[in-house]
Design a protein around this ligand. Structure first.
Ligand code: MG
Length: 238
């Protein structure tokens, strides 16, 4: 029997990234410039994040430092920081707040449990820094439910090239199931190399151009776990 491997995205598939990031940005405002309107603070942060991402589409060791250097510059341009706070300190406080706010999505553990009973490997596949993503998975209480984590930092590529992303875990003879909230690049390129796909999304059926690449859809990990609970792996892959 070919090996069966489940590939599961991390952010907004297993962990509520958006809520975590919003919480951290707001906590930083409280720390640094609580009197600045939240809207202004968020827009300066978003701007810094965009600048960083345009320079570094795949996160590397210097990613967050760069983001907070740009953010610090923006803050000083707006005279919002009375006491100069360095990028390293902003970055430290940001991660402290992120870690404090890590929250698994509804049914994330149940879904990994369902997969663990059916698949030889359950691998978290994520764009981000290996150590940070491992920390977040552990804090969320999910690390013991997977057999590994591959990040873009370690792979050196994104999920638009699954064979290279998976590296030694890529086996053309294996059966892969890819689960993500992102149609692009995750599921689009997964379908292209023959993987079965599951889309975590609460919107209605995907647009026709995506219909053929989405085999399963559910609004939450919990709902997906329920759909698959009584199924054999072969039924998931038909
Ligand atoms: Mg995601």
């Amino acid at each position: 029997m070919p090996p069966r491997v489940a590939l599961v995205d991390l952010d907004d598939t297993l962990i509520d990234y958006r809520a975590e990031e919003d919480h951290a940005v707001e906590a930083l405002r409280g720390d640094v410039a609580g009197d600045l309107p939240a809207q202004v603070w968020r827009s300066l942060y978003r701007d810094a994040k965009q600048v960083q991402r345009s320079h570094q589409p795949l996160p590397g060791p210097a990613t967050y430092r760069h983001r907070f250097e740009v953010f610090g510059d923006r803050l000083r341009d707006h005279h919002v920081v009375r006491h100069r706070i360095g990028a390293a300190e902003l970055e430290r406080r940001y991660w402290q707040a992120r870690y404090a706010a890590v929250t698994p999505l509804d049914g994330a553990g149940e879904l990994l449990g369902v997969l663990g009973r059916r698949y030889d490997d359950v691998v978290v596949c994520t764009v981000g820094l290996q150590a940070r993503q491992q920390d977040r998975l552990r804090i969320a209480g999910l690390a013991s439910l997977v057999t590994g984590l591959v990040s873009s930092e370690v792979a050196g590529v994104g999920k638009d090239d699954w064979p290279r992303f998976l590296g030694s875990r890529w086996d053309p003879g294996a059966r892969y199931l890819a689960i993500s909230d992102a149609l692009r690049p995750d599921l689009f390129f997964a379908a292209e190399v023959g993987m079965t796909t599951a889309w975590i999304a609460s919107s209605p059926a995907p647009r026709s151009e995506f219909a053929q690449i989405v085999h399963w859809q559910a609004p939450t990990p919990a709902a997906l776990a329920v759909q698959w609970d009584g199924l054999e792996p072969e039924e998931i892959h038909t």
